[in-house]
Each structure stands twice: as C-alpha cells, then as structure tokens.
Design a protein around this ligand. Sequence first.
Ligand SMILES: *Cc1c(COP(=O)(O)O)cnc(C)c1O
Length: 299
Amino acid sequence: MDIIHEDAVVIQPLNNDWYQNKVAAMDMLRLDLIHPVISGNKWFKLKYNLQQAKVKGYDSIITFGGGFSNHLVAAAAAAKEYGYKITAIVRGKYDVLTPTLKDCIELGMELIFVTKQEYANKENPEWLQTITDTKNKLVIPEGGANEWGRLGAQDITRYILEGYTDVCVSVGSGTTLIGLRNALPASVNVTGFVPMKEGNYLLDEIMTHLPGKSKRVKLFDYWHFGGFGKWNSELIDFMNEFHKKHEIPLDIIYTSKMMYGVKELLSGERPYFNDGARVLCIHTGGLQGNISVKGKLEY
Ligand SMILES: *Cc1c(COP(=O)(O)O)cnc(C)c1O
C-alpha cells in the first residue's frame, strides 16, 4: 500500500560553500517530493494507520488538528485516495477558513469545530463520542502520533544511505524523530529542531518511546522565531536565499527553522558537528503551509 513515488525521493547535496568545509558532507533528503499534498513525513505517519482501518474493516476515519495542520490535509488527501470517509475535529472556531481548511473541505473532509478548551479532551473517547459517532471508525490522534505513526516513520530510514553520522529533523510531536531514532544505527546522532517556544519539554515525552537510547538524541528549541507558526523577515530572507542557492523550497513552519538552526550550529567557535561529520537534513515537506506567506517568497 503505497501511493507515494519512491523514485521521487532524492538525496541532494548542499553546496559546500554553504557549510564551508566545517563538516565532511551535508545533504538533504527530499521527502517533500513524494506527493504534492501528502508530503514529507505525514504520509509515513499515516500509512500504517490507514492499514489499520482496512484490517478492522472500517470505512471512516476521525482525526484531529488545528487550522494550519499539515496532518489534516495529508489525511484528507490520503483518505480520498483510499476511499475512506474522514472527519476532522478542528481546534478553535474560525470566522474565515484558513487555506489549509479550505483544502481539506475540497478533498471531502468533514470538519467539526470545537473550542480550544473542548479540544483539550481530544484523547477522551467518551467526550469524542458526544461530538461525533465513533462506532466502527478509526481514530487517528493529532499529527498521527501513535504507535502506527512511529512505525511508519521508521520506514523513512529506507532512503537514508549508510555513512551518515548525523541526521537532522524538525520536531512537532516528535513522532518522526522517534521512528528515525528507533530504526537508525545506534552510532548515528539524531538532532531535532523544535519550532516552538520552550519546546524542549518534548524530550521527556520522546524518551518514553526510546528506552535505553537516550544517548544520541539532542533537541534544540532556540530557533522558534517567536513561537509556533511565527516568522519574521529574517526567516523569509533565509528561505529565499536557501532556495536561490540550492533550489530547494523550505516551508515556513518547520524546515526553514531547522535549516536556520543547522546553519547557526555550523558557525561559531565550537561547531556542534564534528569535522568529519556527514550530515543528512530531512526535508519533511509541509510546503502547502507556505500559502500563508505567499507573495513574500520568491518561489
Ligand atoms: C508535521 C511536521 C513535522 C513534525 O513531525 P512530528 O512527527 O510531529 O514531529 C515536521 N515537519 C513538517 C514539514 C511537518 O509538516
């Protein structure tokens, strides 16, 4: 069960003048290329969840997200592709729909809006039953953050060639990072970049899924640019420059902040990566979200 284009995934070297011989190699794994809507890591987190719907004989799915959630659009597109009905419980009430939510509706997703306070009950099955009938429906948590999501994220390592010493990835729930850490050789360092204020609290939650593997996981939450979904002209300029140099479009929420962080980690007196490091940065997709900054980006 795979609707993604495996052949479309490439490992693209970044120009050496960008990392200035401070490491032995720096490449990007282009998961953004696998599908125009179900892009990046979201497909991997969804695939075994969808398989569960099939195994259980369900024809409907319920999932959760906010108005800018890449997970919601990816889930809507994947459900459509596989012929499942899908309902999203959306966090917050919107007078004007976001472009993301409009896309979800266009893809056939039913949206049920609840207040932020109500949404806090999202993991309570009894509450959910009061919102929508859950009988014979597969419930996928926000961001695909469950054991099937973590298992699917492990499959990303199929595309990671041997020889990398470091893997860098953006972190939202940490599901992707957990899958990667669990499937990569123990010797590889995994560095996560959290694009939100004080996101380091996620480390404890992540570690509960990585028993005995705490050594080579590091999270950075410095490069949040004011908080989740926030940005400034410096970040926009960085994205435009990055695109000019590498012809790689980054997204405004996750991968731009990660690459900004990677660049910062390369500078300074005591570089974070070893001289001989071979670094692979994972492009987790999310490009649909750039519609919120359309006109500012030169791509
Ligand atoms: C959702 C998302 C992430 C975060 O993934 P988690 O598995 O929740 O940590 C990272 N990058 C992009 C582009 C995303 O859309």
